[in-house]
Design a protein around this ligand. Structure first.
Ligand SMILES: Cc1ncc(C[n+]2csc(CCOP(=O)(O)OP(=O)(O)O)c2C)c(N)n1
Ligand SMILES: [Mg+2]
Length: 665
């Protein structure tokens, strides 16, 4: 940078910093005046890090931000007007008012989302970088986070993954010395956050985060290395949060001398001092820049204040990228004629669906622990590595949270990951990335992004694997708007539903019961996709409806056969998909039989049965002549020993006795 060029650059940097400062200051006033609903995290004092980093990358490069993201949004090129409108909860806000201060999005200038979960953006950014690399876009991804986030597990998982796969991601830690009221030094081991890069073989640097020129220099060097294909880089910017952590925090816990020392190192003051000292700008020119910035923000604020308030009616929309279409025909209700089908194993049907979709769409790839050579714990994907190669069948570290987080980020970036969580029990480690991230993005970012992510996972017991390898956790996935949950029980459904999941635009948890892998059934030779959200009446009967899904459906069929000789005729309904849940088909059946038993392998309390029973009674209360019965796992961890396990999990016998009690009074 030449002297004159450098001064011009510094003026531009100063203008951006002044705009952020004006935005934060004026919006804070508006918040105090009670005009803003919700919280507010000010980035006053941290402008140099945001502006210096963003000046080092292109508009087309991507940036993932955190809860303190206003400055990042503006520095990346976002308009003050759409940001202010978002904070005011208005329809022309960058997320239509759905996101608010902590959840911003601006794909048109490479702002790939901010997020209120501390550290949550790290795997997302890493996954976005994976997508850039796969698609060969040449873009890099910047991930902004705080010192507090560097103590999250996903920080370490994300850095590890970025390093092993050499992903184009620049991690930028804004170390402002505090994570809320906790000093960084009190909770952070090691010589520096930057030096944590060394553990993963990632180049790193530490820079004065209040000196915008120094940040620009360091970030430019880092970005160039990342862009060259070397892999990730970790940059730590030492800075200071001048305001309280959030709106309600007055910093009472901080040392006043330290506050004064940092105030003297205010990044705007440093830059202005340099501009004046070099003669690049006079005091009055600096003032004029600040006045222009204030004017721009004030105009935005005035527009928001005078805007008509929305009536809230748009809130219940845009939940899914691929909405559930009840009008779509369901081919699987047609019985298959001789010659139209082949007998297939359940695992085989799943593998076929995966291969057919990978042949059809080269953006589909497999991503999970031991999914390559080994073929996954249950060998479902064995042989796929040979067929599709290492770039599309990828073994991952044992990092469930980041497996899902990376996959969600990659899906947002335009590819279609299929992850495998080895046992459903381990999904709990990834729960934050599923529930707070993947499931929410489409809605929270006002329908402007899709997360086409399929998470396959083997579930269930009856194998003596004990408490941490036997659970059916489907019910824990209810009540997470934005997520779809599928649990097929037959090879035909497994194939057809998986294909639909793989073509949709939403995150889907695809539950595969371990006890089903070795079962066989007819699968059509022709291509078939089955719509989600349709239950199937698998066996007709007149005395009682037994509704179930997954392995519970197999037990229910057996129970129905066992009851036949006693003259009890059971109608068996297979839910197939749990979110959306087709309670209407169950209610219709139960209205005819007037009795309903719900069978599931998950625990009784808060289970699928509880939800389904509540819905069915709303629709069919007048038709039922007995209370709805639930057969489920007893509310204990699942023991390993054969007899103990049997005593806890549902069985053909327990279904038979529930039906008998209901029908024989
Ligand atoms: C997972 C999670 N834990 C806790 C919080 C509450 N919280 C929000 S910001 C914050 C401090 C974060 O510190 P840091 O990462 O250093 O960012 P800073 O606020 O200093 O910018 C905390 C504890 C949260 N939002 N998410
Ligand atoms: Mg901090």
């Amino acid at each position: 940078m030449g002297a004159e060029g450098g001064e011009k650059v510094l003026i531009r940097l100063y203008e951006r910093m002044a705009l952020i400062r004006a935005f934060e200051t004026l919006m804070e006033e508006r918040a105090r005046a009670g005009e803003l609903w919700g919280t507010f995290h000010s980035s006053v004092g941290q402008e140099a890090a945001a502006v210096g980093v963003c000046a080092a990358i292109g508009r087309e490069d991507l940036l993932v931000s955190n809860h303190r993201g206003h400055g990042h949004f503006i520095a990346k090129g976002g308009e003050v007007r759409t940001l202010a409108a978002e904070l005011y909860g208005l329809p022309d806000g960058c997320c239509g008012g759905r996101g608010g201060t902590q959840h911003l999005y601006g794909p048109e200038f490479g702002f790939a989302g901010s997020n209120g979960i501390t550290g949550g953006g790290i795997p997302i950014a890493t996954g976005l970088a994976q997508a850039q690399k796969m698609l060969g876009t040449g873009r890099i991804v910047v991930c902004m986070f705080g010192d507090g986030a560097s103590n999250q597990g996903v920080f370490h998982e994300g850095l590890n993954m970025a390093a092993i796969w050499r992903l184009p991601v620049l991690y930028v830690c804004e170390n402002n010395g505090w994570a809320m009221s906790t000093p960084t030094s009190e909770v952070t081991a090691g010589s520096s956050i930057a030096a944590r890069g060394a553990a993963y073989g990632i180049p790193y640097a530490r820079v004065d985060g209040n000196d915008v020129e120094a940040v620009l220099r360091a970030a430019s060097e880092a970005a160039a290395r990342v862009r060259s294909g070397e892999g990730p880089y970790l940059l730590e910017c030492l800075t200071w949060r001048i305001r309280g952590h959030s709106r309600s925090d007055d910093n009472f816990y901080r040392d006043k001398a330290a506050e004064k020392a940092w105030a003297d190192r205010d990044p705007l003051r440093i830059a202005a001092g340099r501009l004046v000292a070099s003669g690049a700008a006079s005091d009055s020119e600096i003032k004029a820049i600040e006045e222009r910035a204030r004017g721009e923000v004030m105009r935005a604020v005035e527009a928001c204040r005078s805007a008509r308030r929305p009536d809230g009616s748009s809130a219940a929309s845009k939940l899914y990228a691929t909405p559930i279409e009840p009008s779509e025909p369901d081919p699987s209700v047609e019985p298959l004629k001789e010659g139209e089908f082949e007998e297939k194993y359940y695992w085989e049907a799943i593998r076929e669906a995966l291969c057919e979709e990978m042949d059809r769409d080269e953006r589909v790839y497999l991503f999970g622990e031991d999914c390559a050579e080994y073929g996954g714990c249950f060998k479902v994907t064995r042989g796929m590595l040979e067929r599709y190669g290492k770039s599309r069948v990828i073994n991952t570290p044992i990092s469930e949270a980041s497996i899902v987080g990376l996959a969600a980020g990659a899906a947002m970036g335009g590819v279609r990951p299929v992850t495998e969580i080895m046992f459903m029990d381990f999904i709990l480690l990834a729960f934050d990335q599923i529930a707070n991230h993947a499931a929410k993005f489409h809605y929270m970012y006002d329908g402007r992004v899709r997360v086409p992510l399929v998470i396959r996972t083997p579930a269930g017991g009856y194998r003596g694997y004990g408490a941490t390898h036997s659970q059916s956790l489907e019910s824990r996935l209810l009540g997470i708007p934005g997520l779809k949950v599928v649990a097929p029980s037959t090879p035909r459904d497994a194939k057809g539903l998986l294909k639909t999941a793989l073509r949709g635009g939403d995150p889907v948890i695809f539950v595969e019961h371990k006890g089903l892998y070795g079962t066989r059934g007819p699968v059509p030779k022709r291509e078939e996709t089955i719509p989600l959200g349709r239950a199937r009446v698998a066996r007709t009967g007149k005395d009682v409806t037994v509704a179930s899904y997954s392995y519970g459906y197999i037990l229910s069929l057996k129970a129905a056969e066992a009851l036949q000789p006693e003259g009890i005729s059971c109608e068996v309904v297979d839910l197939r998909s749990l979110v959306p849940m087709d309670a209407a088909t169950v209610a219709k059946s139960a209205s005819r039989t007037q009795k309903l038993v719900i069978v599931e392998e998950g625990h009784l309390t808060g289970g699928i049965g509880a939800e389904l029973a509540a819905r069915v009674q709303e629709m069919a209360f007048g038709y039922l002549d007995a209370p709805i019965r639930r057969v489920a796992a007893a509310d204990f961890p699942i023991p390993a020993g054969r007899e103990l396990e049997r005593a806890i999990l549902p069985s053909v016998e327990s279904i038979v006795s529930a039906v008998r009690e209901l029908t024989c009074g």
